[in-house]
Write a protein that binds this ligand. Sequence first.
Ligand code: HEM
Length: 577
Amino acid sequence: MAVAVILLSVVFPFLLWKLISRPRSPSPLKSVAGPEKEHWFKGNYHRIFQDGLKYNLQLVRKYGGVIKIHALLGKEQLYVSDPLALHYIVVKEQHIYTETDMFIAGNKLIFGEGLISTLGEQHRKQRKMLNPVFSLANMRELLPVIQPIAFKMRSVLLSQLPTDGNSQEVDVLPWMSRGTLEYISQAGLGYTFNALEPTRSHSFTEAIKSLAPAALKLLLLRPFVPLAVRNLSVYWRNKLVDWSPVQPLRDLRRIVEIMDKSSRKIFFEKKAELENPTTETIDNEAIKSEGNLGDRMKGKDIMTILLKANASSDSTERLTEAELLGQMNTVIFAGFETSTIAISRLLYILASERTVQARIRNELRRAKLDYAASRDIPLDGSWNDIELPYDVLMSLPYLDAVVRETLRVYPPTSLLSRTARETTTLPLQYPILSATTGEKVNSVVVPEGTTVIISILAANHNKTVWGEDASEWRPERWLSDSGERVRLNQDREQLDGTFGDGAEGSAGATPGNRGGVKYPGVYASMMTFLGGGRACIGFKFAEMEIKQIITTLISSMHFSLPSLRDEMVIRKRYTGR
Ligand code: HEM
């Protein structure tokens, strides 16, 4: 039986996939140079995905902006960081370079019909409905409503410190993760999973936290997902999972079931509330379950705005119930790990760079005192409890420079992939040397079915675009000589997928725009949030969340590195009142 199970669940699909994906000969990418295959199964993937920045930058230094690499089973793919080539992939020919089948099929099974599981017209329709939900106007309204979460994070950390103002080592990482989960669930769904309550746990919290680790363990099975979805009914897919000896597969199904159950419950409560707005307190209390924030969010959460917009839209543009449900887990998942990584990295940098931390604190104190004075806000308590409105917080020059630079040098998502759905030509900004003739070439033919890896990491570290110090963390690059914020036209509120118009001053005057060449990213020319029609829809939210959490924490505490390497701690409570 065990042998049959292994044959059925692992070996058979493996052989089948190997058969159907046998490389055609001669190699259609033979003229593109790249590293030798380093492992019969892993190709170069283990080096690219595990060996980090150094290996990735070495590759680019040696071969240029388009490189032939070997994926699993030696399949040839392209690794791209050239600015013009990326403009073609994510903007100009985004209809050709779509998400891989593996990505779409896997996401659909996990998240349902949300943004990260759909393609073409369906995705366009969803984006059209969702883009206004993430508008600047909505972010402005959301900021004060979610400020209590940052205060709660602060009080949880302060409660672990001695009251005499002395230092204490505290592992802050789990609290950053709990905090961002609370942010996205309250702001996204108008719901609390009480992730910041030390003694309470919720099955959804545990499920979402274990989703990425479980999916990671199944990385090698992911290529079989489209095959399974195409050829097996739900019944047989479930049976395969039941029989499979692969525990993470069964874990993943359990996680998906928990997430699905919670989102359905929240969704139908929300719908019922919106459909019965007049039966306010008594009836609504009856449908509200524990965790439902109801009036506290004042209808400003992303899901409520989306449901209202959907209900009042033209029937041809309206999203189905399945599509609305699909957005819930999608938004939570997309906005949780990424923001946790960004905030944790930033806190780590601030703990290492104490002068940077002090400079942000000073900038913040000045801004809060000025704001209080301009609004006649009495200073009863300490300056750090004054809440800055969205526009003031977002335009603090030094804080902004530090956040941008951190997101550029350490992008939380570093590599993405796309598949070319038809044969096309990829033009290059910077020529590469042909592997067959040794001559410079300005474009590469990409055969139908080729997978391209978008290297956000290499793009954000490209010396030709960012300067010789591209890999240095230097926030000053985002500031003028007088310490003002460098203005960039590319900080577009509109997520329309257009390429930057290059109008921000003379060539080379702004970061990421050397000699007029820049990347098509939605955020400050960097590729951290991608660009084009599938750029991160939540980047304004992420920026706001990072700034709100960091400023709330560092206005009340000093952070420094721990005595043990690679651990993060709070050293000392801030007493500068
Ligand atoms: C620092 C934090 C974040 C980073 C670095 C980030 C980065 C990205 C990137 C690179 C993509 C493109 C993925 C792909 O094409 O495969 C993306 C897509 C997406 N992001 Fe973010 N993200 C962040 C935070 C957020 C937040 C807070 C939300 C929600 C509130 C969010 C929602 C989404 C969604 C829904 C998509 C899919 C868009 C689509 O396919 O149309 N992200 N994000």
